[in-house]
Write a protein that binds this ligand. Structure first.
Ligand code: F3S
Length: 65
């Protein structure tokens, strides 16, 4: 699974990295950054990635499975 965050849409709500810190992490400004290089998430963390996506109020997170 590949995770993409639209930086122009993320406003720093922080729900993604609060709920799924295995996948998402805050950058220096509290916006969403990705734990895994190029957003490539191992299968074992797919549910965590979906949880983060589903809880972003801005719908800034996209998943490609
Ligand atoms: Fe940004 Fe949404 Fe996370 S606004 S910090 S991607 S919950």
């Amino acid at each position: 699974m590949r995770v993409v965050v639209d930086e122009s849409v993320c406003t720093g709500h922080g729900r993604c990295y609060a709920l799924a810190p295995e996948v998402f992490t805050p950058d220096d400004y509290g916006h969403c950054a990705l734990v895994h290089a190029a957003g490539e998430v191992p299968d074992a963390l797919a549910d965590a990635a979906r949880l983060g996506r589903d809880n972003c109020p801005e719908q800034a997170i996209s998943l490609f499975e």
